[in-house]
Design a protein around this ligand. Structure first.
Ligand SMILES: [Zn+2]
Ligand SMILES: [Zn+2]
Length: 389
């Protein structure tokens, strides 16, 4: 057997080998570059929300600081292009810092490492232009003595656009209406504030997963609040969150709003309604046994109520509230002064009529000469609490 030579440059195998596919080490690397990326890339970001496309899908940016955002968008496009342009013999690659890449001397077959850094940029106006130096080390053949070590300049153009979501948002689009109401009464002022605060917090959370979960508009109505939402699922999630917090029921209705011109299918709009319980803190209620309570708290789980006869507080879940037919009652609220205290009874005087009457001594401490809030209901009288000034 005679000595073999590189067919490209003529160097002997002894000097430039071992030969790979007939090529010396240097020529093999030159003939088989691993980074086949274009020198110019184009990408865009939404001028309204800063989102950009990743693998064809619009995503929210990590930063909203414009300079950082432009680099984030450019680097995302660059990294995607690098990934797509590797020679097929590169099976895996890692992104490292330029310093780290410098020190890497050994890789297994099919492995590559990449680093990039901006070397020139103009980002004061759009399109923003950033030029990166990309460097790759790789091994694609087991006979390789040295790693591939390639450098390339890639210029990324970042342009402005409006993403499909923002096009819809700016065009006044909405898919569902979330209606917040209360049962048998208008929504109270403090409830409106609390609902709006909860909605605001929750929407931020929802938007991280559902980019269409925006609120197009909020409308104050006499009976409650309407939120015009970009997505039905976001409206449902908000309705659940409100119900969990305030209690109540959720229901849905659909309204035919027209025909889709392209598919001639009917287009419906969803109304998701949350109905807060009719009960409010401070309400006087009665159950089916005739026991009278003051509502102390209303929440997603039920009612905290204080039995006006025993003074004891209890929490009843919504099912029990319904089963026990707890109802608000129109009780008369009066004031009365304790005039004398016996062993089991107290004598009180109504502050309006000066009528005196006896009541069972309440569980809480009462003092002579002090004025108390009373509840008159169905011929019976109950201590509510000491009057506060
Ligand atoms: Zn050669
Ligand atoms: Zn956008």
């Amino acid at each position: 057997m005679g000595e073999r030579f590189c067919y490209r440059c003529g160097i002997s195998e002894e000097e430039g080998g071992p030969l790979i596919e007939g090529l010396c080490q240097v020529c093999f690397r030159k003939e088989n570059p691993v980074l086949l990326i274009d020198g110019e890339l184009n990408t865009e970001l939404c001028q309204n929300c800063g989102s950009y496309k990743k693998r064809g899908v619009w995503v929210d940016p990590k930063t909203y600081e414009l300079e950082e955002l432009i680099f984030e968008v450019a680097e995302s496009a660059l990294l995607e292009a690098i990934e797509d342009s590797f020679d097929e013999r590169v099976k895996t690659f890692g992104l490292v810092s330029p310093e780290e890449l410098e020190s890497i001397q050994e890789l297994s077959v099919g492995e590559a490492v990449v680093s990039f850094e901006p070397v020139d940029w103009h980002i004061d106006y759009f399109p923003a232009i950033i030029t990166y130096e990309v460097r790759v080390k790789a091994r694609i053949h087991e006979l390789q003595r040295e790693l591939h070590d390639e450098r390339k300049h890639v210029t990324v153009y970042v342009r402005q656009t409006v993403c499909p979501r923002c096009q819809k948002f700016l065009g006044g689009y909405f898919e569902a209406i979330l209606q917040v109401r209360a049962e048998d009464r208008p929504l109270a002022e403090d409830e409106r504030k609390a609902v709006e605060k909860l909605v605001e917090e929750k929407v931020d959370e929802i938007m991280r997963r559902d980019r269409m979960g925006f609120i197009q508009d909020t409308v104050e109505k006499d009976e409650g609040l309407d939120f015009y939402m970009g997505s039905t699922s976001a409206a449902r999630k908000l309705a659940q969150a409100i119900r969990e917090h305030f209690g109540g029921t959720v229901s849905e209705a659909y309204e035919l709003v027209g025909l889709d011109r392209q598919t001639s299918r009917e287009v419906y709009r969803t109304s998701v309604s949350v109905r807060l319980p009719k009960f409010r803190r401070g309400d006087i209620v009665r159950d089916r046994k005739g026991k009278v309570y003051e509502v102390e708290r209303v929440d997603g789980k039920g009612l905290a109520m204080r039995d006006l006869s025993t003074g004891e507080s209890e929490h009843r879940d919504w099912k029990t509230v319904e089963r026990e037919s707890v109802e608000t009652v129109e009780a008369e609220k009066r004031e009365a002064m304790v005039t004398s205290i016996g062993r089991t009874e107290v004598q009180v005087m109504d502050m309006e009529t000066y009528e005196t009457y006896e009541l069972e001594k309440p569980k809480f401490e009462v003092n002579e000469g002090e004025i108390y809030e009373m509840v008159h209901l169905g011929g019976r009288r109950y201590f509510l609490r000491r009057k506060s000034y």
